[in-house]
Design a protein around this ligand. Structure first.
Ligand code: FES
Length: 128
């Protein structure tokens, strides 16, 4: 059963050369790499899908972690070549959590640095 989805922006462009014309879209490969990792190691309740712009276009790679009744996290500045293990591990911790909030000390450094926003679940009631 899927309890968390990693949404990866596949539209972000990253400079890949000296001239402004050279760029790639690293999110496309990241979706494939994460998908292969999940198929190989067991999904752990996690799915991955590519999406168009997450509105943080200057901070590729950008992902959102989302799940029913969980806080949604938007995270940027992820390295698609070196941080796949961290992304998958964080998504599994997110999936296993009750409300999507993973304790700070359990989050990989890339997530601590790259968090752009967190958004409460639809039925969230703040304690005032
Ligand atoms: S194009 Fe990726 S966040 Fe906008």
């Amino acid at each position: 059963m899927t309890t968390a989805t990693i949404f990866v922006c596949i539209s972000c462009r990253r400079s890949s050369g000296d001239d402004e014309e050279s760029s790639d879209q690293p999110g496309r490969g990241l979706v494939e790499t994460i998908g292969a990792r999940l198929r190989g190691d067991g999904r752990g309740g996690v799915a991955v899908t590519g999406v168009e712009c997450l509105a943080v276009c200057t901070r590729p790679c950008t992902i959102a972690l989302s799940g029913a009744n969980k806080w949604t996290y938007l995270i940027g500045d992820l390295d698609p070549d070196r941080q796949v293990d961290e992304i998958v591990a964080a998504a599994r911790s997110f999936a296993a959590s009750e409300n999507g909030i993973v304790p700070w000390h359990e989050r990989p450094a890339s997530f601590r640095k790259g968090v752009i926003a967190r958004v409460p679940p639809l039925d969230h009631k703040e304690l005032l």
